[in-house]
Design a protein around this ligand. Structure first.
Ligand code: IVH
Length: 708
């Protein structure tokens, strides 16, 4: 079965031969050493590409091709299987599933009365031989005909008891895997032992099952998905029952003997009587996947009744009575290109992986959690590593492990921060999760530092060290407290003389008169930087109007969509006490020149003042006519001169917006005006080529008149 969407296209014989080589190598790694250079998704696509090519060019099929072979023909073992351990064919969509079911029913000449639906466990197939109720031998799938003896692993596989509840002689088949917890424990043991780690739970289980002389043991888990008679006692009553019973009943028997099946998990096998119900269960299992403590890579659908299975028969590779409905890959290999250290509200310093973007379960993943520094050490991660990244459904993507055999030698150690990346204080690294010693106050340092910055309240003389001093002394808890600081308090601080105290007090006093856009920006509401704050302040004119706005009102501001609007409204409600404190301290809460929207939602004329009592002096000048840059997109380049000489680029942008324009940083056909000062370069040339109007700073100043 081929599907263009899921196949790597192969153009010619050379590409086909190369694909065969790549797939054979990957299968050898996957089924043998347990660590492949290709993730499952890429491998599946490659094999489908090979199948498609072979279907179109049957004479060119290479004997080494992995198609039609169990384990891609990669492994050979020396313990013959009593009955071949086969593979499963795959489908990838409800349509393909329905097509497969219809094909099976055609072959049988009747509808399939009962379907069994089970998770496809993401581990390794193992056959467990029980004689008289005792576990005597464990064998891997190998090439399907013969497998490797891994009897030494008995005792390390949970769910596979050494003794059954009944003295039966039977072969139990199923999957050995590692749960998330077992994987973590195995990685920790291996790192402690030799500094390396496992790429993912599946390869950890593969390596562990086959390892003979490790000085440490790692626990694995077994889930059964089948049972069959074991020669020579294959003429017993039990053997007869195993041959004749529906699959679902055999699984109940297996569970009754004390072997683990998926019975007690949220994705337990179920028997249903229509392909529609199969589809419903497929969706339920897919939805439960992200929360499962073990990996599944699909859903296995089987004709439940023995007669159906017998009549459908087998192909060389897979039974015709079963199919694997593959779920999208939730694990991919990508590159770790960086590590960022972020500080949460409580002061926890958390590393975050920056990845080469990779498509995973419906979204592009660029960042993934790394939990904590100990986690990085435990996994032995390095910058530049190829890493396995896991993401399913809505779960936060996480880096599982480096793929160490893909290392090039260019990888670099990951540097851990020496001081809090947000406030520069010491780090408490006594626990697994590192914290800024300032805890919650660390956030205060960062938010006050931001609020007093040049583009916000512009309070000179208040550096980070001074802010830390003020917080430590208990004089301030947030930036509104700055406005009630006393001279005595400031003088009491270390290295604070009279002159600096007076200068600081004067700067704080000046900050009270800042326009609303600066005060609003100082609040640090998510998504409201300088230019957004200007737009908000111009739109609403008063802090009261902003606070009274609902999610819909806020969306009237250009650039604010429903999501941002909801965040803004919620955050403003959260910081209501801070805003009250600012207003009470006499901080200006109005935007000069702006008029608040009226109840009807349109900009009103004089008298529509939102009742804000704390109007600053500047707030009263209301230009009468339409602002001079109304509707214009203005770009500034080169150095300013004349009346505009002292203005920074940010101040120029503010001025443009105050005068009704939109400040932009690049010239395009939509630009209305380029203000070009001395040393204007490529922007001027571009404006000329596009025929955009160009003004000198002096001409521009004249246009603005009273707005400067
Ligand atoms: S039935 C002869 N049931 O998937 C039928 N297999 O890709 C084959 N697997 O070799 C086994 N979960 O290792 C079956 N519920 C399940 C399974 C399952 C995982 C594995 C098994 C098989 C491979 C085929």
């Amino acid at each position: 079965m081929t599907d263009a969407l899921h196949a790597t296209p192969l153009a010619d014989q050379a590409e086909y031969a190369q694909a065969v080589r790549l797939a054979v190598d990957a299968a050898a790694a996957y089924y043998g050493a347990g660590a492949s250079a290709l993730d499952d998704d890429s491998y599946d696509r490659l094999v489908r590409g090979i199948e498609a090519y072979e279907a179109a060019h049957p004479d060119d099929v290479l004997p080494g091709s992995p198609t039609g072979k169990v384990a891609g023909g990669a492994v050979v073992g020396d313990v013959p299987h009593t009955v071949p351990m086969l593979s499963l064919d795959n489908v990838f969509s409800p349509e393909e599933l329905a097509g497969w079911a219809a094909g099976l029913e055609r072959r049988l000449g009747r509808p399939v009365a009962v379907w069994s639906v089970e998770p496809k466990l993401d581990g390794l197939a193992v056959s467990a031989r029980y004689r008289g109720g005792r576990l005597v031998q464990l064998v891997t799938r190998g090439d399907g005909t013969a497998g490797e003896d891994v009897t030494h692993a008995i005792g390390t596989v949970a769910g596979l008891p050494a003794r059954l509840a009944e003295p039966v002689t039977v072969e139990i088949r199923g999957e050995v895997l590692m749960t998330g917890e077992q994987f973590e424990a195995a990685c920790a043991k291996r790192t402690a032992h030799d500094g390396t780690t496992f790429a993912n739970p599946r390869s950890a289980a593969a390596g562990t099952l086959r390892a003979k002389d490790r000085p440490y043991t790692c626990e694995m888990t077994f889930f059964s998905y089948g049972a069959l008679p074991l020669p020579p006692q294959d003429d017993s009553d039990l053997a007869g029952r195993l041959r004749e019973s529906p699959h679902s009943q055999i699984m109940a028997m297996v569970a009754g003997w004390g072997v683990r099946t998926t019975e007690a998990t949220p994705v337990a096998g179920v028997a249903v009587d229509s392909i529609e119900q199969v589809q419903v269960r497929v969706e339920q299992v897919a939805a439960a996947r992200a929360e499962l403590p073990f990996g599944i890579d699909g859903i296995v659908i089987k004709a439940d009744l023995a007669a159906d299975q017998q009549e459908a028969g087998l192909s060389s590779r897979a039974p015709r009575w079963a199919i694997a409905y593959k779920l999208p890959a939730v694990e991919k290999i990508t590159k770790l290109v960086g590590v960022e250290w972020n500080v949460g509200r409580t002061g926890i310093i958390a590393p975050r992986a920056v990845l080469e973007p990779v498509q995973l379960d419906g979204s592009v993943v660029t960042y993934a959690t790394l939990h904590n520094p100990a986690d990085i050490t435990r996994r032995g991660l390095m910058l530049g590593d190829s890493v396995t990244v896991y993401k399913a459904g809505d779960v936060i993507p996480r880096v599982q492990a480096p793929v160490t055999h893909l290392r090039t030698g260019q990888e670099q150690p990951i540097e851990f921060p020496q001081e809090c990346p947000r406030c520069g204080s010491d780090i408490d690294s006594s626990q697994e999760r590192w914290r800024c010693v300032r805890g919650r106050a660390c956030h205060a340092v960062a938010s006050i530092t931001y609020a007093v910055g040049r583009d916000q309240l512009d309070i000179e003389g208040l550096g980070q060290t001074r802010i830390v001093q003020l917080l430590s002394a208990g004089y301030v808890a947030d930036f509104a407290d700055l406005f009630t600081l006393t001279r005595e308090q400031l003088l009491a601080l270390d290295r604070m003389g009279e002159v600096s105290t007076d200068n600081l007090l004067a700067a704080i006093e000046r900050a009270k008169g800042k326009p609303l856009n600066k005060v609003f920006c100082a609040l640090g509401v998510r998504g409201t930087g300088r230019s957004m704050s200007r737009r908000i302040a111009r739109h609403f004119a008063t802090m009261d109007a902003i606070r009274a706005a609902g999610v819909e009102d806020v969306q009237a501001v250009e650039g604010i969509g429903p999501e941002k609007a909801a965040v803004m409204v919620a955050e403003l409600a959260d910081i209501a006490p801070l805003i009250d404190k600012l207003a009470a301290a006499g901080v200006n809460m109005t935007e000069p020149g702006a008029t608040p929207p009226t109840a009807a939602g349109t900009a009103g004329a004089a008298g529509a003042d939102g009742g804000d009592g704390a109007a600053g002096g500047e707030a009263e000048t209301v230009p009468a006519a339409e602002p001079p840059l109304s509707g214009m997109a203005v770009v500034v380049t080169g150095s300013m001169s004349g009346p505009l000489a002292a203005l920074s680029r940010n101040e120029m942008n503010e001025l443009i917006e105050r005068a009704g324009g939109k400040a932009s940083s690049s010239v395009s056909a939509r630009t209305s005006l380029l203000v070009a000062g001395e040393k204007a370069g490529s922007k001027k040339a571009k404006a000329e080529s596009l025929g955009v109007r160009i003004a000198t700073p002096e001409e521009f100043a004249a246009m603005l008149g009273e707005y400067i």
